[in-house]
Ligand binder design. Structure first.
Ligand code: FAD
Length: 417
């Protein structure tokens, strides 16, 4: 069968891949977007908490205090959940995560991430307006609440650190908190409102609106398996349901599944996933929530979505394909019931997603070492919904020979070699 040729094939149609495809298309490239589902934003980019976190400069590092490590290791900290059976495969990457969580490394990552994080809302606004989907991004900000003096102290420290990078944060006493969120439970003693982030009631809908824009502008969207990628003469080749596709450049944007293809192409990276679950609930009575709320001491978010009130969990440490478990949601649900009048569950089982991570919590954006024409755009950890559009722009600038708007060195793949 004869192959069809485009300038670039983007593998993976999550928020990251779709955004890269749009950024390349905007620079005059013909682009094909390929996903095994034949639909966009069906995986991690569907089930997240929908926050464009333009405050999230400082990464979530591995705990450093021995007491915190022991609590987490014994599964006594509800903010994380360890699946012991997965430890043999996850342990090496977690060890590197621990090693990369020193105060110095944390500051290095924060400085590298700051320009991306701060520009995230601007890129999203441009795309959502062009896609006619502005109503899927709301200027509400989000709120972190504490339950105890200890939680308050820890949050104040975090705020100080964030403010040192220029993040805006408004501290709320209980009265100010209930002015913004009248239905928040008495368990919340106070909180902090980050006013700048945008929030989405339908992250998947936004990803699909961006994909529709890409197709409207002449992009091809095809169903196919990225693992069919192979070199061919001067090009790369991928087989989709519509036949063979050739391109000089290929972008790997497979989120948590990127590592599989990267390994098949001969590169070893210390990738791991922080898995997370969600469950939707009815609200009791007329209780409404205006924006996502993070219960910081218990480590879950409650976010108002079109599908219901979405409870999202923190990190579960297990392999990408290990079976899902209801344990983390079951553990957090009682805390959420103290925090907000939630009613019945709306989903038959918790949804499982996987945050794609590198130990220094920076994504990989740039060339595949030693493989001309192959490019990497993954590892966006807790922030892929936030950073998809802005990292798509950075990658497209590099691929098209433009001056990158930010130094791409901290995001190179060979920083791990
Ligand atoms: C519970 C939870 C809450 C979160 N909340 C937030 C938040 O509020 N804000 C935020 O910024 N981020 C959040 N995140 C993180 C964010 O969702 C991810 O970083 C982001 O979705 C990753 O996007 P992606 O496009 O890289 O991956 P994905 O969305 O997973 O996309 C990867 C795509 O690759 C495709 N694919 C995989 N293998 C193949 C193959 N072999 N062939 C073809 N296609 C393939 C998949 O079908 C999929 O469409 C959250 C994550 C979780 C789990």
């Amino acid at each position: 069968m004869a192959s069809r040729t485009v300038d670039v094939i983007v593998l993976g149609a999550g928020m990251v891949g779709v955004s890269a495809a749009l950024a390349l298309q905007a620079r005059g490239r013909t682009v094909a977007l390929v996903d095994r589902h034949g639909e966009a934003a069906g995986e991690t980019s569907f089930g997240n908490a929908g926050m464009v976190q333009s405050e999230a400069v400082v990464p979530y590092v591995f705990p450093r205090k021995p007491s915190e490590i022991v609590r987490a290791a014994l599964n006594q900290d509800p903010r994380a959940h360890i699946r012991y059976g997965a430890m043999p495969s996850s342990a090496p990457a977690l060890w590197r995560y621990f090693l990369a969580s020193t105060p110095g490394a944390k500051a290095e990552t924060a400085n590298a991430m700051k320009p991306l994080v701060f520009a995230a809302t601007v890129e999203h606004r441009k795309l959502s307006e062009a896609a006619g989907a502005s109503e899927l991004l709301r200027p509400t900000g989000w709120i972190k609440v504490w339950r105890s003096a200890r939680g308050q102290d820890a949050t104040h420290k975090d705020i100080e650190e964030l403010r040192s990078y220029g993040v805006r944060a408004n501290v709320l006493d209980r009265a100010e908190l209930t002015e913004l969120e009248p239905n928040v439970g008495e368990a919340a003693l106070g909180g902090v409102h980050f006013p700048m982030p945008l929030t989405s009631p339908d992250p998947q809908g936004l990803g699909r609106a961006y994909t529709a824009l890409f197709v409207k502008r002449g992009g091809r969207f095809e169903k196919g398996d990225a693992m069919t990628l192979e070199p061919s003469a001067a090009d790369w080749m991928v087989t989709t349901d519509a036949g063979r596709l050739a391109a000089r450049d290929v972008v790997i944007a497979l989120g948590p599944w990127s590592n599989e293809l990267v390994r098949a192409q001969g590169l070893r990276l210390p990738c791991f996933v922080k898995r997370g679950y969600h469950m939707h609930y009815e609200a009791k009575g007329n209780a409404g929530l205006n924006r996502p709320v993070l219960d910081v001491e218990k480590g879950y978010v409650l976010a108002p979505m079109k599908l219901g009130l979405r409870l999202t969990t923190g990190a579960e440490f297990a392999g990408v394909e290990d079976r899902a478990s209801p344990a983390h949601i079951n553990r957090l649900e009682p805390f959420a019931r103290e925090m907000f009048p939630i009613g019945d569950r709306k989903d038959p089982a918790p949804w499982l997603g996987r945050r794609p991570c590198l130990p220094d919590l920076r994504p990989i954006i740039g060339p595949f070492p030693g493989k001309p024409g192959l490019w990497l755009d993954f590892g966006h950890q807790h922030l892929g919904f936030t950073l998809g559009p802005i990292t798509g722009r950075l990658l497209a600038e590099m691929m098209c020979g433009e001056a990158p708007f930010v130094d791409p060195a901290p995001f190179r793949a060979d920083r791990f070699s």
